[in-house]
Design a protein. Structure first.
Length: 155
């Protein structure tokens, strides 16, 4: 099944609209939207509980020294930002996807400056690509698109 695509210009941006998108495209959008809503919120909440890991060990001293705050305080601020980013992905995935991608870029930079956890930096690069993919899909998939076709649509 192919998508019927038309171009229109809204606020000087090229916006794609579709009458029917292939089901796998809509499902990919929803998988990424759910994942990039839940993960930042859960990781953000854990910045206050430190159940998954001691988050303070992931902060490069350069940042705490420059900002003049403790790693714990910085991680609490990071937790708040991550929770807000997850909520933004849920409400506005096109914008939220780019925000999460930028945030992941910042995390990667921190880990490279720290000189440790290169495996996590590489994993976060993969997540950054996923967040960018979500933002691009959100440009064509309506937020209320159903991930599974209705029975009427398939018959």
């Amino acid at each position: 099944m192919s998508a019927s695509v038309t171009r229109s210009h809204v606020d000087h941006l090229s916006v794609e609209s579709t009458d029917r998108l292939p089901t796998p495209v809509v499902q990919a959008f929803w998988l990424l939207r759910i994942g990039f809503t839940a993960a930042p919120i859960l990781f953000g909440l854990d910045k206050f509980a430190n159940v998954l890991v001691d988050w303070d060990t992931y902060v490069a001293p350069l940042f705490t020294d420059t900002l003049g705050i403790s790693a714990g305080t910085l991680m609490s601020l990071v937790g708040v930002v991550e929770i807000l980013a997850g909520l933004l992905v849920f409400a506005r995935p096109r914008i939220g996807g780019y925000v999460v991608a930028a945030w992941l870029g910042g995390i990667i930079l921190d880990l490279l400056v720290l000189g440790d956890h290169y495996d996590v930096a590489l994993r976060d690069f993969g997540l950054l690509l996923g967040a960018l993919t979500l933002a691009r899909l959100a440009a064509v998939v309506p937020c209320d698109a159903r991930p599974f076709p209705s029975a009427a649509a398939t018959s």
